[in-house]
Every structure is written in C-alpha cells, then in structure tokens.
Design a protein around this ligand. Structure first.
Ligand code: PLP
Length: 286
C-alpha cells in the first residue's frame, strides 16, 4: 500500500513525491536527518531529536524550514495518515536547490528542502532482542564531525555490507585502537564488575538520543557508568555488550569478531536496560 509522505509543505502519495535533481542533499549530501521511533502511535524522545536537529542545522549553517511545533504536527499527521502503530519517522532537511551545481552555498534565501516519511516496523517486539546481534570490527575512516547527523552515510553503508558479507549483523568502528560506535548505533560493554562503558561524547561519535536516555536511566537505577573508549580486545573479554539507537532501543550484542561475549547470549544487564528503556519510552512518548 502506498504511503503518504511529506515534501515541502505537501502531503503526497509516495509515487508523486519529488525533489529537484539540483537539490544539494542529492548532489553533495548537504543535508541532515533524524529518525524518531513511534510506539502505540506516539513519538519517543521527540524533544531530544528536535534539539539534536537544531544543533546539526546550526553546525552547518543550514536554516530550518519549519518550527519545532510544526515539525511535531507533521510527525503526528504522518502517523495518523499512515496508521502507524509501531515504526519510525525519517526526517531530512537539505540546503535546497540553487537550480545548478556549485560547491559554494547558494544564496541565503534559498529554500531548504524538508522531507519526511514513515516506516512501519516492529520496534518493541524485535526478535533480535532475544538472540542478540553479532558484530565485526572495521576501521573508522569517517570524516571528523561524526557528531553532526548528516546524510553522508556511504561509509556506514559499506560497513553494513562488510557485516553482511561476514554473515553478521553490524560492524563496530575502531579509531586509534578504540571503538567509536556501531555503523548506526552507539556501542557499549559491561565489565566484569558490572560497569557500563561507552565512548565519551566528542566529535568522533554521534550523540545518540537513545544513548542519553539509557545512561540517564542506568544512573537513576544506581548502575555504574564510565564514559571512555574501549578496545575490541576489552570488548571480547567483557561480561556483556550492547548497542543503542532510536530504531533498536537497547539491543544485546553476543559476538565480536567471532568471539562470544560472556555466555554468547544476551546479557542480564542488557536485557534489563532494554526493559527499563522501553518502560520509560512508553511512559514519556508524546
Ligand atoms: N551512532 C550513529 C553513527 C548513528 O547513525 C546512530 C543513529 O542513527 C546512533 C549512533 C544512535 O543515535 P540515536 O540513539 O539518536 O538513534
């Protein structure tokens, strides 16, 4: 069944939605995006996603086509029109089209392009949560501003393909001997003492909205959190490992580069954090 999508002020059947071939998102990946989860028809951590969107836009001197209130209204309208109970909403803002190709930014009054669409998906009852994910490690050769959520996602696509060819689920990226993050998620280990370890915030990782919520909830539950880098060797010897993202929530990792983590099954703390996260998300969704 055809979805209704949003393009620059219009709700359209997906087959009729178009963007210019001169759009800078298409030509230069000159665009930022957000992905917000929907559960029971409600949006998870919408304010967090909007705050990060504003920051990404600001870092690239991109202007926003609509206010946060209008953004919320568009999200809700798409949920209603597409009858989304569980799934995702993808949002992209580009620097628009100058009607030609030129590396320099177009005039400041060029209209940004705004596109949103929905994806129906089981986000809570994801069967992968029961088995856990397997990952490989690869070099992190991305640019130096991974904290900005741009649509330059070619390397993460190559990372996913490397994982696919290795018959695993994802790849953890490593720079200077330490894991930065997963191809589209933040990466964590749990030490033998039960401490949750994840890379500190910097320009080397995306500041995950799910990461922020998970760390806040972990600390509220009295769990110990350490924000620092860890190596693949340390991860292989960890008690547990997991990832977080808006689409996967907290998802256990059970194997890294062929080595089983802990018992090779989703760890107790990872499973508990997933439950805590989902409980909180259901309570706070809008
Ligand atoms: N890191 C990267 C590279 C990502 O692409 C994503 C999500 O797309 C994340 C982390 C997780 O961020 P969030 O929890 O906001 O989805």
């Amino acid at each position: 069944m055809s979805r209704t999508v949003y393009v620059n002020g219009s709700y359209l059947p997906e087959e009729e939605a178009t963007v210019s071939i001169f759009d800078r998102g298409f030509l230069f990946a000159d665009a930022v995006y957000e992905v917000t989860s929907v559960v029971r028809g409600k949006l998870i951590d919408f304010d967090g996603h909007m705050a990060r969107l504003r920051r990404s836009l600001g870092e690239l001197a991109l202007s926003s086509p609509v206010s946060d209130e209008e953004m919320l209204a568009i999200h809700r309208e798409l949920v209603t029109r597409n009858d989304i109970d569980e799934g995702l909403i993808y949002l992209q803002v580009t620097r628009g089209s100058a009607g030609d190709r030129d590396f320099a930014f177009p005039p400041a009054d060029t209209k940004p392009t705004l596109v949103l669409f929905t994806q129906a998906k089981k986000v809570i009852e994801n069967p992968a949560a029961g088995t856990g994910l397997k990952v490989i490690s690869i070099d992190d050769i991305r640019w130096g501003r991974c904290d900005i959520k741009t649509v330059q996602l070619l390397y993460p696509c190559l990372a996913k393909m490397a994982a696919k060819h290795a018959h695993v689920d994802d790849a953890w990226m490593v720079r200077d001997g330490l894991v930065t993050e997963g191809s589209s998620n933040n990466a964590y280990i749990v030490t033998s003492e039960g401490t949750i370890v994840t890379r500190e915030k910097s320009q080397s990782i995306l500041h995950g909205i799910t990461r922020a919520a998970t760390l806040r909830l972990a600390e509220e539950k009295g769990l110990k959190v350490e924000e620092r880098g860890f190596s693949i060797e340390e991860a292989k010897n960890a008690r547990e490992a997991f990832i977080t993202s808006a689409s996967l929530f907290v998802m256990p990792v059970v194997e890294i580069d062929g080595a089983a983590i802990g018992e090779g099954r989703p760890g107790e703390l990872s499973r508990r954090l997933r439950e805590i996260y989902i409980e909180d998300a259901l309570k706070t969704a809008i």
